[in-house]
Design a protein around this ligand. Structure first.
Ligand SMILES: *Cc1c(COP(=O)(O)O)cnc(C)c1O
Length: 230
């Protein structure tokens, strides 16, 4: 399978999953996770019309940023260290992993230099896995109330990384919980926030995520997998 065929298949799967979603008419944004893939391979993705690329490391993103056309919309999906904000604040379209007040403050400080606003998703860890970053469900609202008051920060939704369960159906209750949190925060109409995106779903679980209300999926390995020659 080529990248183009993989992308076509993924889009078809998303369309089918969407029919079961609580919002079946919602547009689902595809973020192609380009980590560990070289710029020449990524050109093939762009040639298919997919311009939203997700990277989880700052250094790797910066290298590709130099090589690929300016039309690429870079999303940072991995944990962002406060001391690295200065390298990317003017280069990314969306940060998926806002998870601390100190990070929000640093982003606010850097954005004040260019008078801009950084759209951010708040990372929530519903499974409560110790090794993953992200806020607890019960911390999310307070955090959003605080972070949204900082100039240069625009909270645009939530992000979730599911545990890597062998039985993929085990993620469904977590996705349901994320969707409920998303809807309840949206209903609160917190000033200076716009609960627009719920970023959840990766190669192994994106169909379940969309069925449960995700409207932004981050897909890497399913895009780049190639058939074994053996
Ligand atoms: C790598 C990564 C993905 C994509 O994972 P695949 O299983 O390859 O689709 C999505 N989100 C985050 C945060 C990642 O680091």
């Amino acid at each position: 399978m080529s990248i183009a065929e993989n992308l076509a298949q993924i889009k078809q799967n998303i369309a089918e999953a969407k029919t079961k979603s609580p919002n079946p008419t919602e547009e689902v944004t595809l973020v192609v996770v380009s980590k560990m893939h070289e710029a020449n391979e990524l050109q093939e993705v762009l040639d298919c019309g997919e311009y939203i690329l997700g990277e989880n490391r700052v250094q790797e993103m910066l290298e590709k940023y130099e090589k690929l056309p300016k039309e690429v919309k870079w999303h940072l999906i991995g944990h962002l260290q406060t001391n690295k904000v200065k390298y990317i604040y003017d280069k990314i379209e969306l940060l998926h992993s806002l998870d601390s007040v100190s990070l929000a403050e640093e982003i606010s400080k850097q954005m004040s230099k260019i008078g801009g606003t950084m759209p951010c998703l708040v990372q929530v860890n519903v499974a409560g896995e110790e090794q993953k970053s992200g806020l607890k469900v019960e911390e999310a609202e307070d955090f959003i109330l605080k972070a949204s008051q900082l100039p240069g920060i625009k909270i645009m939704g939530l992000m979730h990384i599911a545990p890597n369960y062998a039985d993929k159906e085990m993620v469904r209750p977590l996705f349901k919980q994320m969707y409920e949190l998303f809807i309840s925060l949206k209903a609160k109409n917190i000033p200076n926030t716009q609960m627009r995106y719920l970023s959840m779903g990766m190669s192994g679980d994106y169909e379940i995520a969309v069925e449960e209300g995700s409207n932004m999926v981050r897909i890497g390995s399913a895009v780049f997998k190639t058939a074994s020659p053996f």
